[in-house]
Design a protein. Structure first.
Length: 124
């Protein structure tokens, strides 16, 4: 039987989450209603991710980080998708923070292992 689940994340910046989803061409709606079919739980969430085989919401938790709400039967797909989202989120976070500190992106590469390597430099 399907169950409603909540999973804590470390994602704190909704704009970066949206940018990561857009990079990955993952469909989402803002301020949409998430409905867990089996339990009947419904709530309005800041982001509702809807793809053909998976649907889940992101809502702000008590500590300011976003949590995933969804169906436990879709957890494998959600975890796979969120791995890619977290990587793109971190990419944009690093670029934003390094730019704030006065660094410019000099080089970017993606290895065979899908690890993104960034080289930044500050000209003084």
């Amino acid at each position: 039987m399907s169950k409603f689940v909540q999973i804590q994340t470390e994602l704190r910046d909704l704009a970066l989450v949206k940018q990561a989803l857009s990079d990955l061409q993952i469909g989402f709606q803002e301020n949409a209603r998430y409905l867990h079919t089996y339990s009947g739980r419904a709530s309005t969430v800041p982001l509702l991710v809807q793809e053909p085989r998976v649907s889940f919401g992101l809502r702000e938790g008590k500590d300011g980080a976003y949590e995933i709400i969804g169906d436990d039967m879709q957890m494998a797909q959600i975890r796979t998708m969120m791995g890619a989202v977290q990587q793109r989120y971190a990419y944009h976070k690093v670029l934003a923070e390094t730019a704030k500190a006065g660094f410019d992106l000099v080089e970017e590469s993606v290895g065979k292992d899908n690890v993104i390597r960034l080289t930044v430099r500050r000209w003084g």
